[in-house]
Design a protein around this ligand. Structure first.
Ligand code: CLF
Ligand code: SF4
Length: 297
């Protein structure tokens, strides 16, 4: 199916393991966990752990400074020649940590210009930071969009932090949704390939996600990745504690198949840690701990 894409798009996805299912057998990605803070609260997230917009809950990644991140990337790039993408996906939201995120992107674009840069965000700060982001020649951005309706959003997001204030409930969801949709439009207008991640939450947004898929496709998103909510009491999330169930594998597949009639769906996501290293589904991070990097660089 890659062959059916226009040449300029094909060139952007053919070595990105998440944006192309074919590429994930041959190309590796690494995440640098430089972004600790977050500007919203999701009911499926416990902030002691990695951002659950991409990661499985209950996972703790070691935070790196931008300087440590660059050192690590240079070491990994030598050790894993298939490395094609460096992503920032947590442990919080990259755009809620602009100083650390942009320092990392800046250094990477200078010191590792052959690696693609990728970020995954909740989208709240996308419109205001898009020009800074696009200055680094970013071709791939993921926005986690769980709903278009503030009534549904209020059941997923208890609050956001916006213009130095905490905003709650429906108003919070309204602002978040607006910024996500605006950010999507702005990225598409700049030629950035956008993947939309959605967390499937039974009884809350499961039916609604078909509409989300249809709308983001219409707006020009390239790929939709519906991920299952993983909720267990021991993760300490609101959903985990209040008994919210996860979808079954069959329910997830049925929704992905329903959306696939219209939209290009990702089905090979591995819900990676914020410090994952290697091919999707393998994690070689332990080979590259900070002590090992310090001796090699
Ligand atoms: Fe990382 Fe995400 Fe970029 Fe990929 S992961 S920031 S788009 S380079 Fe990929 Fe991992 Fe799924 Fe994410 S398999 S969790 S979709
Ligand atoms: Fe957690 Fe990520 Fe949601 Fe922030 S955006 S609350 S880190 S899942």
């Amino acid at each position: 199916h890659l062959a059916q894409l226009p040449a300029n798009i094909r060139a952007k996805v053919n070595n990105h393991p998440c944006f192309s299912e074919d590429a994930h057998h041959h190309y590796a990605r690494m995440h640098v966990a430089v972004a600790p803070g977050c500007n919203i609260q999701c009911n499926y997230c416990n902030r002691k752990y990695d951002c659950t917009n991409e990661s499985r809950p209950g996972v703790v990644s070691e935070l790196l400074t931008p300087e440590q991140a660059i050192q690590k990337v240079l070491v990994v790039a030598t050790a894993i020649p298939q490395l094609s993408v460096v992503g920032i996906a947590g442990p919080g939201d990259p755009l809620a940590n602009p100083r650390r995120t942009f320092a990392t992107l800046d250094a990477l674009s200078q010191q590792a210009p052959d690696l693609k840069l990728c970020i995954s965000t909740n989208g709240l700060m996308l419109p205001s930071l898009i020009d800074r982001l696009c200055a680094y020649n970013i071709e791939h951005v993921t926005i986690t969009i769980n709903c278009l309706d503030p009534e549904i959003g209020a059941q997923i997001y208890p609050w956001i932090f916006w213009n130095h204030r905490r905003i709650k409930g429906r108003d919070a969801a309204h602002i978040l949704i607006e910024q996500q949709q605006l950010g999507l439009d702005m990225l598409v207008a700049r030629g950035v390939l956008v993947k939309v991640n959605s967390v499937m939450i039974p009884g809350i947004n499961d039916e609604h996600l078909r509409e989300v898929s249809r709308v983001v496709k219409e707006k020009g998103a390239f790929l939709h990745n519906v991920m299952p909510l993983i909720a267990a009491p021991e993760h300490g999330t609101v959903y985990g504690l209040n008994g919210q169930r996860s979808p079954t594998a069959d329910e997830l597949t049925a929704l992905q198949t329903a959306c696939a009639g219209n939209m290009r769906m990702m089905r090979h996501c591995r819900q990676c840690r914020a410090d994952a290293v290697g091919l999707l589904g393998e994690d070689r991070n332990a080979e590259f701990d900070l002590a090992a990097i310090a001796t090699q660089s």
